[in-house]
Write a protein that binds this ligand. Structure first.
Ligand code: FAD
Length: 690
């Protein structure tokens, strides 16, 4: 299965486009870190930053750099934790570095007595994270050119590596594997085994913890380090700024950067600078018992943001008031929630992850992922600050006993404040330095949504289709509520006339910092993706999108219906959709009829309702029934798309398709699998899964 030349050109253009997009900050000199100026001023540093890591380490007296390639913040978090541990346990002079902030051509001058650590997440289809694209291409390139031409080029470089991956994807941990291979080929010396964490098995944190101890032993031996009693040293200094109140104009109350604070927000809007977009429309497309699904229309006109059908929109959430209150109470900060503080990095290589001066309330509400799963290592770190001896002993036990931690914390889906509440009883944990929270909790991550509209039909409005996250946890009375989707639900309620939306008692600061999001706005940016329709509309396409996996396909079908109306020749358009019941959660059930009208027999919607018959029917079962037609379409070079659940559905579909090809073409199953693999590498088979 080969793509025709036009498609290859189009794909190449899209790819170049995305690379340019990812590397914008590097090539066009746009300040990547909107807080950089705040931070530099606070430290009295010059704003000019070197991109030479060897020079940077020299200047700051470091002998260990922990690079990270991170998409959702976990790799970045692990990098910080390694840096911290290296310093407190082994006296290493560590620094953390964003791969995007440095050049790699001079890695060949990396001194022999220093060490580099790489913490690398694999994203999507075995891809590097956005901030690691340049590094990855350089280091795995045919012949990376270094500043000096020694042989082997990286003979001096000692490194340690850990990867974050997901075994439900085909290219499991390919980033760390390929980078390790490339570094070793260039002569670099690996210390210890490269670690691999598996999000698919839900063991990421434990894989990381199990890997790091033998790694430290190996590193200590190689570098002649001696372990010492680890004492907590804060990375950030917190000072109360009595000269300000929360109403002082220079105080950040959740504004993402200086332009937003000063009311001069402008593009380019990206992962460092969101657009505060009006929500043009919002509704629930289904509501049953405790499940509901939102449809939102985000207005991007006049923002300079643009999108293409198949792209993603990122939503910047804020934490629910109930959880912010819980956190501040347990940390003993409730009376001080609006006190204005300055936060200063005590180490010149550390970055304050939010703009300052600000308030405790704003940090916890807008910048800290306070509802996320709790890290066992973090719990261990907090033990010395427990309010009672019993709590201290319990924290130490949780920190050191993996199974006990699983039983008491992970299984109950507790967040950090709930954990501290349970362990401390009614006592607040006032002794925890606030710096420990900044270091130990991930910064709030924007959540991605597959855009469910076509840019051909509505270029200035982006549709979102999102199921509101609500999970019943055995042994808990309250359900686990997703941060972003419940915030979006509150925005929807506000738009429909509720002045104080309060889904499930959560409450949100719905009008944003200084009421800047009033009139129903939400901070967003757009992420370009490679999940794209064939450039030639006459090509057939097959789409598999159960549940919210149908989101991008609503966009695809909307686009093709428009093309048909415009008189273009449109190819066969098959959509496999699945949900529980036709009468419950059948997304856009009415809209498909309009598209059918425009597309006629070119469009076919094939449904699978899992809870209607005696046997569960899923999309992959319907796909099997269509084996003959699917195979014929593929032979006519149909594109095949899968969107939605990565853990089960996407893998099943892959298996079923290989089987269909084998059966229909009369070849062995192994050959069918090979054909699917080849389809994937030529982008004839595309996935958008999460
Ligand atoms: P979160 O608060 O992030 O919680 C999500 C899950 O994390 C919970 O269900 C739970 O399993 C776990 N969790 C949270 N807190 C804890 C805890 N304390 N302990 C243990 N586990 C915990 N979704 C859509 O609905 N539609 C789309 O079109 C869509 N497209 C996507 C496209 C991409 C590329 C990606 C990466 C994701 C997409 N998603 C989509 C998923 C979406 O980004 C969000 O993950 C989803 O909406 C949940 O976000 P949330 O903030 O509401 O939930």
């Amino acid at each position: 299965a080969q793509l025709d030349t036009l498609d290859i050109i189009v794909l190449a253009v899209i790819l170049c486009g995305s690379v340019a997009y990812f590397t914008k900050g590097t090539y066009w000199g746009i300040a990547k870190d909107p807080y950089a100026s705040t931070y530099s001023a606070a430290n009295g540093n010059k704003a000019a930053k070197t991109r030479n890591i060897v020079e940077k380490m020299d200047e700051t007296g470091k002998n260990c750099v922990v690079f990270y390639g991170s998409q959702t913040g976990t790799a970045e978090d692990y990098a910080s934790r390694l840096a911290k541990e290296g310093k407190s346990r082994f006296g290493l002079e560590t620094m953390v570095a964003d791969l995007e902030d440095y050049e790699y051509e001079n890695l060949d001058t990396f001194p022999e007595d220093k060490v580099a650590v790489f913490v690398l997440a694999t994203y999507g289809e075995g891809e590097p994270t956005d901030n690691a694209v340049d590094f990855y291409e350089f280091i795995t390139g045919d012949e990376p050119t270094f500043s000096e031409s020694s042989e082997p080029p990286l003979g001096n470089l000692k490194f340690v590596a850990f990867g974050l991956g997901n075994n439900t994807y085909e290219h499991y941990n390919s980033m760390v594997r390929n980078v390790t291979k490339a570094l070793e080929k260039l002569g670099a010396v690996k210390i210890g085994a490269a670690g691999e964490g598996d999000d698919g098995a839900g063991t990421m944190e434990e894989d990381f913890l199990a890997w790091k101890d033998p790694m430290w032993t190996a590193l200590a031996e190689k570098m002649g380090l001696e372990e010492r009693e680890a004492v907590y040293e804060p990375v950030f200094g917190i000072t109360e700024k009595e000269e300000f109140t929360k109403d002082s104009p220079e105080v950040y109350l959740g504004e993402p950067n200086k332009m937003h604070l000063e009311g001069t927000s402008k593009g380019p809007y990206n992962a460092h600078n969101p657009y505060i977009a009006p929500i043009a429309e919002s509704r629930e497309i289904f509501t049953v018992k405790d499940r509901n699904c939102l449809h939102l229309e985000i207005d991007i006109s006049g923002s300079n943001l643009s999108y293409q059908t198949g792209d993603h929109i990122a939503v910047w959430p804020t934490n629910a008031g109930k959880e912010v209150d819980r956190f501040l109470a347990v940390a003993g900060l409730l009376p001080k929630r609006d006190a204005v503080i300055g936060v200063k990095a005590l180490d010149p290589t550390a970055k304050v992850p939010f703009p300052t001066p600000t308030t405790y309330d704003a940090i916890v509400r807008y910048h800290m992922e306070i509802c996320a799963p709790v890290s066992r290592q973090f719990v261990a770190t907090l033990a010395p600050f427990a309010p009672t001896d019993a709590a201290k002993a319990e924290m130490a036990k949780l920190g050191s006993d993996k199974d006990y931690f699983q039983e008491q914390i992970s299984k109950k889906y507790l967040n950090i404040a709930q954990t501290l509440e349970v362990i401390g009883g009614s006592e607040p944990w006032s002794a925890i330095p606030f710096s420990a929270f900044i270091e130990g909790l991930t910064k709030v991550q924007p959540r991605y949504y597959s855009i469910s509209s076509s840019s051909l039909v509505q270029k200035n409005k982006i549709s979102i289709t999102a199921v509101v996250e609500s999970m019943q946890i055995p042994g808990r009375t309250d359900a686990l509520k997703g941060v972003t989707t419940n915030y979006l639900l509150a925005l929807k309620q506000k738009q429909h006339g509720d002045p104080h939306p309060d889904p499930h008692g959560l409450t949100y600061d719905i009008t944003g910092p200084r009421n800047k999001y009033d009139g129903v706005h939400v901070p967003v940016h757009v992420r370009h993706s490679n999940f794209k329709l064939p450039s030639d509309p006459s090509k057939p396409i097959i789409m598999i999108g159960p549940g919210t996996g149908v989101a991008p396909f609503r966009g695809f079908v909307q686009e093709r219906a428009q093309q048909a109306k415009n008189g273009d020749e449109v190819g066969k358009t098959l959509l496999f959709f699945g949900c529980r019941k036709q009468t419950e959660d059948f997304l856009y059930s009415e809209e498909w009829k309009d598209y059918k009208e425009a597309l006629g027999d070119k469009f076919e919607l094939i449904t699978a309702f899992s809870r209607e018959g005696p046997k569960k029917v899923y999309v992959q079962h319907r796909l099997e029934e269509y084996a003959k037609e699917v195979n014929e379409l593929l032979q006519q070079k149909a594109y095949f798309y899968v969107c939605g659940d990565a853990a089960n559905m996407a893998r099943e579909v892959n298996i079923v398709l290989a089987k269909i090809i084998a059966e229909q073409r009369g070849v062995p199953e192994a050959k069918g699998e090979e054909v699917v693999k080849a389809m994937r590498s030529s982008s004839q088979y595309q996935e958008d899964v999460w």
